[in-house]
Design a protein around this ligand. Structure first.
Ligand code: 2AM
Ligand code: CA
Ligand code: CA
Ligand code: CA
Length: 265
């Protein structure tokens, strides 16, 4: 049986090592490319960071599988065994333009169950960390389940771009959600925003299109503090394909699905 505390410790060490390299890279010019469009960026730093983790994992744990955003893809079509799901830089646009508010995100799963979750906000030096069944922490401080608030007292993480996509069937329900909540925040890193839900800095985070590496790490944190993740229709998130995402305190997750973005809406 895998020792999850030991694996978590190793993953944290590598995370800090990768972050040092990222900070060094930030001090020099680096190449930026657009992928699917002008709002979908990748840099050589994203690619190098992913390659760093891939090499470390394959050397230390040759039987573990790897799923990463930037093409170091072992085509996996199952989640049997131990799988590391890594986003080397979540919030690449922030990395390029703002040089703050980006994260390394790591989820370690066994047979589809989240065992270790890491979201490291590199420039804030905030490491969100959880091992299944042992609570979630930000640096040395344990996170406790946040209290539920009614929607009109809740702050929701959401990208305003989603409100402009009127052709999208989810656009209108989101407009109503924005209207009925206390306020909206957009930080530009799904992993950090979901970690903020776990830390009770946000009550919910909502996105119409994420991939497994965006939420694999934070999902483990959220589970540890009793928060829920689901698709807009309330389904369990998949580790093999992406889609819509809600991360929230349990009653709020149910309300967002049933009254706003679920199948009935
Ligand atoms: P990324 O920075 O790793 O690409 C806001 O853009 C958030 O949505 C980020 O966490 C970003 O992750 C994620 N995201 C997911 N799919 C995206 C896409 N196609 N274009 C831009 N951001 C995307
Ligand atoms: Ca990306
Ligand atoms: Ca991402
Ligand atoms: Ca990324």
């Amino acid at each position: 049986m895998a020792d999850w505390n030991e694996l978590g410790r190793v993953a944290r060490d590598w995370t800090y090592e990768a972050a040092d390299e990222i900070k060094r890279a930030l001090a020099n010019p680096f190449k930026v490319e657009a992928k699917s469009g002008p709002d979908d960026l990748v840099t050589e730093v994203d690619k190098n960071t992913e390659a760093f983790f891939y090499k470390k994992i394959k050397e230390a744990y040759p039987d573990h599988l790897f799923l990463g955003e930037e093409g170091t893809v072992e085509k996996i079509n199952h989640t049997d065994g131990i799988v590391w799901i890594i986003d080397p830089i979540d919030g690449t646009m922030n990395f390029v333009h703002q040089k703050i508010k980006f994260a390394i995100s790591i989820g370690i799963y066994e047979d589809g169950i989240g065992k270790v979750g890491i979201v490291y906000d590199v420039m804030a030096d905030e490491l969100f960390y959880a091992v299944q069944g042992q609570g979630a922490f930000v640096n040395e401080v344990e996170l406790v389940a946040g209290k539920e608030r009614p929607l009109d007292e809740s702050i929701i993480g959401l990208n305003a771009r989603w409100l402009t996509e009127t052709h999208h069937s989810h656009a209108n329900p989101l407009t109503a959600l924005v209207r009925d909540s206390r306020s909206i925040r957009s930080y530009g890193s799904a992993a950090i925003e979901m970690a903020y839900v776990a830390a009770d800095r946000l009550d919910a985070y909502v996105s119409v299109n994420l991939s497994p590496w965006d939420y694999a790490g934070a999902s483990v944190l959220l589970e540890e503090v009793g928060c829920r993740t689901s698709s807009f229709t309330g389904k369990k998130l998949s580790l093999l394909e992406g889609g819509t995402v809600i991360a929230a305190k349990p009653a709020l997750q149910r309300e967002i699905v049933s009254a706003y973005v679920g199948e009935e809406n």
